[in-house]
Structures are given as structure tokens and as C-alpha cells.
Design a protein. Structure first.
Length: 117
């Protein structure tokens, strides 16, 4: 079992940057596919990015809306996944959630990101 805990959200101006962290207790990160999702007010939760470990490397996937601006990475020693968000836009405003998928699916509580124009 794993319990993701997000941190790093906050208020930032458009064009700014934030780095979200997802600390995952339990087994090593390589046992899971780790993903970031977000949910804006009145909208459905949507996929942002994911990372999984394959052999000695990682495989990352991004939503088209964040490609070139967001970067997902992981530190197995710290059992932490990061989401570096650059060139933030007001439409990136949402609650960001971390998800771990192994034999089961585990969600964090979310962290608020607000981008002002």
C-alpha cells in the first residue's frame, strides 16, 4: 500500500513557476506508475503527466496542454515524484492530485495551484 501526499501548491502570477512534490510512503516508486492529475472548478479531473520506471530508465507521458512547460521526475531514494511547472497560465489553476497505480489505485488529497493573470 502507498499513501501519496502532495505539497508545493500556491499562488503564482502568469508566466511563473511552481514545483509540486508527491511523497509516497510504502514500497519503492518503481513499483508504481505515478501520475499527476488536476481538477479545475466545475470541470472533470484530467490527466497532466505520468512517470514509470522501465529497466534503468523512466518513461514519461504528458497531456498536450502542458507539453514543453511541465516536467515530471522522480527520486526513488526519497520516494518522491515532482512536477516542475513553468510558464504557468491562468488556465492551469486547479487542485493537483498525485496518483499511484500498482495493484490498486491510490490518490493523494490534492494541493491547490492558483495562477493569477
Amino acid at each position: 500500500q502507498v499513501q501519496p501526499v502532495e505539497s508545493g501548491g500556491g499562488l503564482v502570477q502568469a508566466g511563473g513557476s511552481l514545483r509540486l512534490s508527491c511523497a509516497a510512503s510504502g514500497r519503492t516508486l518503481s513499483s508504481y506508475t505515478m501520475g499527476w492529475f488536476r481538477q479545475a472548478p466545475g470541470k472533470e479531473r484530467e490527466f497532466v503527466a505520468s512517470i514509470r520506471w522501465s529497466g534503468g530508465s523512466t518513461v514519461t507521458v504528458y497531456a498536450d496542454s502542458v507539453k514543453g512547460r511541465f516536467t515530471v521526475s522522480g527520486d526513488n531514494a526519497k520516494k518522491t515524484v515532482y512536477l516542475q511547472m513553468n510558464s504557468l497560465k491562468p488556465e492551469d489553476t486547479a487542485v493537483y492530485y498525485c496518483r499511484a497505480v500498482g495493484r490498486s489505485v491510490y490518490w493523494g488529497q490534492g494541493t491547490q495551484v492558483t495562477v493569477s493573470s
